[in-house]
Design a protein around this ligand. Structure first.
Ligand code: UDP
Ligand code: MN
Length: 254
């Protein structure tokens, strides 16, 4: 039987949230061994997320958590999104939940699944191949200024480097969507969490440095030749006519 895959998704309220989460929920309907840990960047869990999980029939395959990003680190709507790390506290809460609720003895995989990326169903079949004690990696499309950011392999399919153009000096120059982690590593290394005290672009390196080394990485997706996930980003929704419409409706109420 396939190992369970715990997918950790930080998410926050904005006009496109329901559309993004609907896309993901339908992926979960196609991949039965996925368990969704959805962590709302909010002081409360919302009906929007709860109803969405119910509509997709995911009540028994999901965990709804919430933690609001500390004001100091919260991205403002006019900020360029790279000035602050996103999802740090949400991912850490999910890791704490896993460490207290998942069984240390049952093999499972942990994957950090942002809500706006595009995922192929095939990616999860690859992830299921991750061995106990290992971190599996694969290419990611449309990220880091490249069509595909990928590990470079030698003839024995061992990782010898990365093609990253952006900050290639990072210990693990890859995207959050580029790896899955065998859950036993989170029990073996209880101090492994994300941190605000790292440079921009170093979140992936920060978590992986606790868990693995470059030469222990397990290469997947046809020896890192197939692209099964894309770092797509949704344009900020323009609602410039919405206000006028509300005013008009109000007037006709009077
Ligand atoms: N996110 C969040 N709170 C925020 C901003 C982002 O929880 O204030 C979540 C977002 O929903 C996504 C993840 O953090 O699942 C990464 O954010 P985003 O996709 O905006 O980052 P990028 O793709 O630019 O790295
Ligand atoms: Mn994103």
């Amino acid at each position: 039987t396939l190992p369970k895959i715990f997918a950790i998704t930080p998410t926050y309220a904005r006009p496109a949230q329901k559309a993004e989460l609907t896309r993901l929920s339908h992926l979960f309907m196609l991949v039965p061994n996925l368990h969704w840990i959805i962590v709302e960047d909010s002081n409360v869990t919302t009906k929007l997320v709860q109803n969405l999980l119910i509509r997709a029939g995911l009540q028994n395959r999901s965990t709804q958590l919430n933690i609001k990003t500390t004001a100091e680190f919260k991205l403002q709507s006019k900020d360029p999104n790279w000035i602050k790390p996103r999802g740090v506290e949400q991912r850490n809460l999910a890791l704490a939940w896993l460490r207290s609720h998942a069984s240390p003895d049952r093999h499972a995989i942990v994957f950090f699944m942002d809500d706006d990326n595009s995922y192929s169903v095939e990616l999860f079949a690859e992830m299921a191949k991750i061995q106990p004690g290992r971190v599996g990696i694969w290419p990611v499309g449309l990220v880091g200024g490249l069509m595909v950011e990928r590990p470079l392999l030698n003839g024995d399919n061992k990782v010898v480097g990365f093609n990253a153009a952006w900050r290639p000096e990072r210990p693990f120059p890859l995207d959050m969507a580029a790896f899955g982690i065998s859950i036993d590593l989170f029990f073996k290394y209880p101090q492994a969490i994300f941190s605000y005290k790292v440079q921009r672009g170093y979140q992936e390196s920060e978590i992986l440095r606790y868990l693995t080394t470059r030469d222990q990485l397990q290469t997947l997706a046809n020896n890192c030749r197939d692209v099964l996930v894309w770092h797509t980003r949704t344009e900020k929704t323009k609602l410039n006519s919405e206000e006028a419409l509300q005013r008009q409706n109000k007037r006709s109420d009077e």
